[in-house]
Ligand binder design. Structure first.
Ligand code: C5J
Length: 224
């Protein structure tokens, strides 16, 4: 049994081998100039601080041979999996599917849709593509986790109040124990990140727990 000192109370990992690190949407489309996030007028640099903590967690999970799942938000080239409401929404200079400097915006397989090189998945790590904000919407994630016997999820990625929070709420409702990594998630809006951290752990952890990456790394026996 491993105990991590997060908020609102200790988070218990009965067997780390049965946990997964989920890295949500660390894609060029959200992190780099010319991508979807930038085209919506966001300050992409606001997301950078999450990269190092995620990289350290990835290193430890790889060393301990624990489950790693990367998610990628993107759509089929013919946009058949993109609801018209999502296509219409937002005041982007470039809409989903438009050609941009890194290829078509938010389209699977385009250079801009890939994961940033610093956090590139390695062989054997699961890459889950998803058309929505939540990683459980129209994907095989729930079935996969149940087949692998995984319940605790250590959650990182961007953006905190959109894909990360949606995924965490979906997971919580399905009975997964979610620990959100405070310094391993970022938002274009710092106040939104702050609010999500508070919302998650309020009322005795109504959606889950939050902890800093160094607490998790230390609890799992990694150095700093
Ligand atoms: C957004 C995401 N913000 N990955 N996607 O559209 O949070």
């Amino acid at each position: 049994m491993i105990k991590i000192p997060p908020q609102p109370c200790d988070y218990e990992l009965p067997d780390p081998k049965k946990s997964a690190l989920i890295v949500i949407d660390m894609q060029r489309d959200f992190m780099e100039r010319g991508g979807f996030g930038d085209s919506l007028g966001n300050d992409i640099d606001a997301l950078r601080p999450a990269v190092k903590p995620i990289s350290r967690l990835l290193e430890l999970f790889r060393k301990l041979e624990l489950m790693i799942i990367h998610t990628v938000e993107g759509h089929a080239p013919d946009l058949s999996d993109c609801p018209p409401s999502k296509l219409r929404r937002g005041e982007a200079t470039l809409k989903i599917g438009d050609p941009g400097p890194m290829g078509r915006i938010l389209i699977l397989g385009e250079p801009g849709n890939g994961i940033i090189p610093e956090l590139a998945p390695r062989a054997g790590e699961k890459i889950l593509t998803k058309p929505g904000k939540g990683a459980f919407c129209r994907t095989e994630l729930e079935l996969f986790l149940r087949e692998m016997g995984i319940t605790p999820l250590i959650i990182t990625g961007v953006t905190t109040e959109v894909c990360v929070q949606t995924t965490m709420r979906e997971a919580n409702d399905r009975g997964f124990e979610c620990l959100l990594v405070e310094d391993g998630t970022e938002s274009y809006f710092p106040a939104f990140k702050h609010s999500v951290l508070q919302m998650v752990r309020a009322q005795g952890g109504i959606v889950g727990w939050t902890a800093m990456s160094h607490n998790i790394i230390q609890a799992l026996g990694g150095g700093q």
